[in-house]
Design a binder for this molecule. Structure first.
Ligand code: ZN
Length: 64
């Protein structure tokens, strides 16, 4: 898998967007808590990072 393919995979997840589980407000990159309801995003960001890692692993698996 080329770097370009990996970048596309990460951007694909990024463009799907991220929303607060409590109030549904959109999450901006760099925010650690919801500007609307104050929910801590740590768990949400960890899950989101996991989705990106899984996506990369799935894409890499296709190459082998
Ligand atoms: Zn919220």
């Amino acid at each position: 898998m080329s770097l370009d393919d990996q970048i596309q995979a990460v951007l694909g997840v990024y463009y799907q967007g991220l929303a607060c589980k409590e109030c549904g407000a959109s999450v901006r990159i760099g925010e650690y808590e919801c500007a609307h309801c104050g929910t801590d995003f740590e768990e949400l960001l960890r899950e989101w990072s996991g989705v990106i890692v899984n996506e990369l692993e799935a894409q890499c698996g296709l190459d082998t």
